[in-house]
Design a protein around this ligand. Sequence first.
Ligand SMILES: Nc1ncnc2c1ncn2[C@@H]1O[C@H](COP(=O)(O)OP(=O)(O)OP(=O)(O)O)[C@@H](O)[C@H]1O
Length: 606
Amino acid sequence: MFRRLMHFCKITVSASPIFFSLNMIALFIIALSQLGIGYSFKLATDVLMDAQASGQVSVKIAFPILLFFLLICIGGNTGNFEKMMITAYSHKAKRIFAKYFLHKSYSTKQDAFYESKFYDQYAFVKNNIDHTANIAVTVFNKLTLSIYRVILAVGAISYFNPLIVVYMSLLAFILIGINQYVVKKRIALQETYINDERQAKYYMELLSSRTHAKELRLFGLQERFLKKWASTYSGYMKGKYQFEVKAIGLGKVAGIAQMAMTYGLSVYFLMLVANGSLAVGDFVFLNGMMMTLTSAISSVINVLTKDLAENDKYVEKYEGFTGRTSLHQLKAIDDYQLLSEAEGKLGDFEILEFINVSYKYPGSENYAVKGVNLTLRRGEVVSLLGYNGSGKTTLSKLMCGLLEDYEGEILFNGVELRKVPKEILYRYFGIGFQEFSRYSMSLKENVAVGMIEAFEEEYAIQKAISKGNLEEVIRKLPKGIDTILGKEYSKEGQDLSGGQWQRIILSRAYMGEPDVLILDEPTASIDPLEEMRMLGQFGEIIGDKTALIISHRIGFARMADRICMMEEGKIVEDGTHEILMARKGYYYTLFTAQQALYEEEEVCYA
Ligand SMILES: Nc1ncnc2c1ncn2[C@@H]1O[C@H](COP(=O)(O)OP(=O)(O)OP(=O)(O)O)[C@@H](O)[C@H]1O
């Protein structure tokens, strides 16, 4: 645990070594001024005792009073300075840790996100990123100040009687025992409830988010979800509450033991004063130092047994997710350099081969894709057909390298896909998936994200917009391509229809003219006339590019060079329209059924 935390601290310190050093110096000055204040009380008491004995107040009283105010002033101002230093370097540390987390989230294998255990860890790290980044700052600040105070108080007390320090150490053992018990229990409790907590947050999100508002009302789901939220929430809150009551009780026991031992010592000092073995001024100073030492010892113990152990949980999870980071890596990310410096040495896209590829989602018993052999050559347009759940989307995600835990081989220009750096691989693909992100940004940016390297290139954006036939949508928007989409974060934001969004997704896929297009149900929300127009222009849009089109619409199959039929994760038919029609298999049935439907429709309209 200590090694992990030390490494973590090193990173935090490296965020700003100057602010850190100034902070350490400030803490020492604060601790020293506290000791000095105690000493000024002793001096004042000595002068007052003399005055009482001689019946005359000496001018000497001015010195301790001046010293007192001077130290108060120094301590206070150094405290303010120290807060400034903390704010400065904790801000820098937070930025580094958050950036590294985001970088890791992006580069984590997509497969992992389908696993509930991984997602729990991910959610934990994400929700606690600020706290985690702040651990080294707050905990080590507290620890350093307490250690300074302990050293100075022990030095001062030992000057009078070293045995007092031994006595105070006993107190420390009691506190350590109690703290360790509470921390262990608290960590165990957090583990137990993390899933329930996530579930409760999920129900809360369902009940309060804009995305689900419509369905909740239409289907009258509020009460059902509210009940689910309430039972999950109260379940884990009850456990938490019971534990907190117990922890507070134990804390009280420790507090009483601490008070009894400290006040016992004060009574002993008073007896020494009474029999003349201790001067009143020395008593005042000793008593003050003892109080300082007691609170500093409790603070050190709290940090070592409670704060560190509790916070180690966050650091462990953070490291569990991001891996142990070197200062060099962090610096690279902080400077916006990509970790992978590999160059695109793959050349133009030529061929993509699936050799006996199978894939199971994490935690799933069944294969979503099973023993697939498939070749996609440059310039080919392949139509992928099949029943719901037959594995088409999974196959497309494997193709572009999103899913990596597959069996068999996927070769991109002869190179194993997993070995191609993601930043390079993704540049080859223009992707339009069924589930897509609707960014609360301008329409232009929503298109440009399709090829981040061309984000600023007006010409590339305009070209993609034109291919997706977005001009007509843009004309109706108040600020044209600069209109913010969605009202969630912008007062002037505009909502779009499902079909209009789908055109944006197509433009996004065309952005930057990628070598390979993967379109999953590209016209599912598009009206029939627009679909017909799209089909008519599709050949021209694709040009000499390669494309995999997943669609239940037979129109796409007709214009494809090849058709692949999937069933239960396998490719059961693969060939041209003519070959598959002649086979009179699944494709034949699907084609004739849809053709008959269109003919019927035509009769009806006639
Ligand atoms: N995230 C996931 N976790 C576990 N199983 C999944 C996941 N996504 C899909 N599956 C399963 O994998 C199989 C293939 O799903 P896939 O989405 O690839 O089918 P599809 O042919 O694209 O379906 P559709 O036509 O409905 O889009 C299905 O049995 C599905 O239940």
